[in-house]
Design a protein around this ligand. Sequence first.
Ligand code: 03F
Length: 209
Amino acid sequence: MSILLDNQFKELPPDKSVDTKSFLDAVSHLPPFFDCFGSAVFYVIKSDISGNITKIRKVYDKDPAKYVTLQDIVEDERETYGAEWPKVGATLALMWLKRGLRFIQILLQSLADGERDENKPNSIQVNVTKAYENALKRYHGWMVQKTFQMALLAAPYRTNFIKALSKGEEVKEEDCLANVRQFLVNFTATVDAIYEMYTNLNAELDYTV
Ligand code: 03F
């Protein structure tokens, strides 16, 4: 079965609030996926994503009844931290986590849409670069952009990447891409909702690391 469909994100309610527990359960299936890439640079990315999930879960676990939605956490931290907010706590962790999720979303969407470099049809570099430029590049200084260049060179081939998404089974590319499209429905809606929340609460920051 597809690793994606085994770990689908939940459909959002009409008010587009994101249930904290379901969200944390769904995103926690992403980091183990990085182990199958093999290059050390993915360890850095995996740690960053896992670290942010842990930071949000820590806050949630303090009082699950109080923090039912992600917005409950962000609004509570706005009260608690005053002038330090939003560059603090789970608010900051989710700010960065959502950028990584946007990266993954754009990458998968681009693959599902069949975008490819005709000269290198088995490379996903064009898809990865598109995702990076849209989701992350503006937040990265020179050093981190170099790290990206390294990760880009270590990017798996399309066929291997698609195999990994299907847990290593031999599946037809078209079947796997159909699963990707299915996964993207709730995943995209969730990522969009988090971005919208950051805009509405004025919680977005624009500094580079
Ligand atoms: C800031 C920053 N985090 C951190 O400094 C940088 C980390 C390394 C980023 C390296 C560039 C990665 C580019 C991706 C290339 C991938 C090639 C893919 C090939 C397939 C923040 O960190 C902290 O997070 C925050 O807690 C802290 O407090 O200022 C704050 C303080 O700093 C980032 O820029 C976030 C990086 C997220 C990268 C996500 C990349 C995902 C890559 C691959 C996805 C593969 C698809 C998986 C599909 C799985 C389906 C099951």
